[in-house]
Every structure is written in C-alpha cells, then in structure tokens.
Design a protein. Structure first.
Length: 340
C-alpha cells in the first residue's frame, strides 16, 4: 500500500518528465504501457550506463525521471549524483539487484529484492498500472509481447493465459504475440535506437495486435534479419568452439546482433551454455545463455572484475570487456564449480 501511494504521487508530478527504457522488446513494451497513461519524453538506452547522460540530466533537472527495464543499480555510484540532485526518480526493473536504490527521492521497484521469481519489466508495469486503477487490460497484448521477448513466460503465466482468450494459440512461442516480439527485435537489431522508437510509436498507435503485426516496414526488417541469422547459424555450426557443455562463437556481422543470436542458439541448444562474442572497437561485447542451475549474473560479475562490466539474469547475462583471453580463462574455470 505504501509503494502504491508513493508510486501514484510520483506519477502525478507535473513539469519536465523524462523516461529512459531498455532498447529491447521488453523495454519498448514497458515504455508503451507507461506512455498509454502518463506523458514522458522517452528515449531508448542499450544499457544502464549513466556517465554520458548525467551532465545533461543535472543541467536540465527533470521534475520526474523514470528508468524502465534498466539495471541502474549497477551504476549506483553514478546514480547517487542524480539521487542527490533531482526531485523524484522512479526505477522499475527486474534484473538481479546490486543495490536497493530506495531513498527519499528515489522509488525503486524490483521484485528481485524479495523473490527469485523472474518477471518481465512489461509485466511489472502492467500490474502496477492496474493497481493504480488504470484501464490497462485492453493493452495486455503489449505486456505479453514484452514478456515473450524476455523469455519470462513462466513467471508471468496468468497474463499469458489471459491473452490466450483474445489471441488464441497452442504454442505461445509460435503465436502472433511471439511474432510481434520478433518484429521488435528485428527493428532494433537493424535500426538501433531509431528502430526502438519506431516500434514504440507503432505500439502507441495500434488498436490491437493485428494492426501492429502487419506493418510493412517491420515485415521488411524481419526478412532482412532472418537472412542474416540463417547465414550466421550456418557459420556457427562450422566454427563454434566446444569445451564440455560450453559452446563459444565469435560473431562477425555489421549488426548489433550478439544478444539476439545468443538467445536463438540457446533455444536450439537448450542443454548447452552459449557464449557469443563480438569485437566492438577495442572491446568485446558478450552475450551468454545457460540452462537452469547456473547463476550467470553472479558468475559473469565475478569474471569481469578489472576488465569490464557485466551482469543480467540467472539464465541470460551480458558483458563488455577489454580482455577476451582473461575473461575466457576465468569463465571456464568458474564453470568447473557450477553445473547446468
């Protein structure tokens, strides 16, 4: 009840209102749900990094700053600069937390503070809006797209079943909802921030799932991405490195595709640990997937010390590092003490 009252008070703050959301299907859908009922100036972010936006935020001083589906607590030292200077900050997230950011100025909502149940950020936003009495049920399809995009179906099952009544399916992963999630991923992979904004605007305009699904621009992007993924998958089968239960692969593509490709290979190799890496200037971008039984978030955080940053969820994590060989050695050694 206290969280509900405080959330309501924050969302009614007038003036400059800024929202940053994760640049993926779950983040886009979270932002769309929020923007259905509350006005914000919204911008997509690839990750939680704050250093490049702090100067502008401290200069502009928004009356309400909102982060959706972004593990801002991983940047808690930088975050303190915002917490001490701004009037109100709302963070709604579902990543494994490093810090509880709650303070007099910050409302931090993350079910992982008390539970290990994996629930998508779009599901959390949907439930919170419903708690506030907003007529959010007609937009349940948007929440389900985000849930599927973040592979959080089991922890959000009742909302998936609710959507089944209106958009029937036998297999949720072959449903129109899953197709919509794939379309968003394609747009973001090909067009980055522009693609995220395109999908957000389309979700806000669309009356229902069908209207969103048949946008010709999204269809074209999806076809282009499918061709690239099929090419990479053939290469993966030929060039992947296999160490016990671990499959490693260096991706070479002009697209920002490591996370999407890692998830695709995890679905096709459900019993294996998948590590996809891609060179990005002087650093490496990593996307890692694992079956239940391994806490990738904790494992990756231990392996990036001194060479980069990383974290995420128990079965899906990512990192940006400066030294691949050091990480590789640490990761393989750490896996010896874990079992999928």
């Amino acid at each position: 009840m206290l969280i509900k009252k405080r959330l309501e008070r924050f969302l009614e703050i007038q003036g400059k209102r800024m929202l940053f959301y994760h640049q993926d299907a779950d983040g886009v859908c979270s932002a769309a749900l929020m923007l259905k009922f509350y006005p914000f100036r919204a911008e997509a972010r690839e990750g939680p990094g704050l250093s490049d936006i702090i100067p502008g935020l401290l200069k502009e001083k928004p009356d309400l700053l909102c982060f959706l589906d972004l593990p801002i607590d991983q940047e808690w030292e930088d975050f303190r600069k915002l917490d001490s200077a701004l009037q109100a900050i709302l963070v709604i997230d579902h990543h494994i937390p490093e810090r509880d950011l709650n303070s007099e100025r910050t409302l931090y909502i993350n079910p992982m503070l008390k539970s290990q149940t994996y629930q998508a950020a779009s599901y959390l936003v949907f439930k919170l809006l419903k708690e506030l009495g907003k007529p959010v049920e007609p937009y349940s399809w948007i929440a389900c797209i985000g849930i599927i995009g973040d592979h959080a179906v089991e922890g959000c099952r009742e909302l998936i079943e609710y959507c089944r009544k209106f958009w029937p399916f036998e297999d949720v992963w072959k449903s129109g909802l899953a197709r919509a999630s794939e379309l968003i991923s394609a747009a973001i992979t090909l067009k980055g921030q522009r693609g995220a904004k395109f999908c957000l605007d389309l979700l806000l305009r669309s009356e229902d799932l069908s209207e969103f699904l048949f946008d010709p621009g999204l269809q074209e992007w999806k076809e282009r991405l499918d061709r690239e993924l099929e090419k990479l998958e053939r290469d993966f089968q030929l060039k992947r490195e296999e160490i016990g239960n671990l499959l490693l692969y260096e991706i070479k593509s002009d697209l920002n595709i490591t996370s999407l490709f890692a998830s695709r290979m995890a679905v096709k190799n459900p019993e294996r640990i998948i590590l996809i890496r891609k060179r990005s200037d002087s650093r490496w971008k990593l996307s890692i997937r694992a079956p239940p039984g391994i806490d990738l978030s904790a494992l990756v955080k231990s392996c990036v010390k001194g060479i980069g940053k990383g974290g995420g969820h128990r079965q899906a994590a990512g990192a940006t590092i400066s030294d691949w060989e050091v990480f590789r050695k640490r990761f393989i050694q750490a896996l010896k003490g874990s079992s999928p």
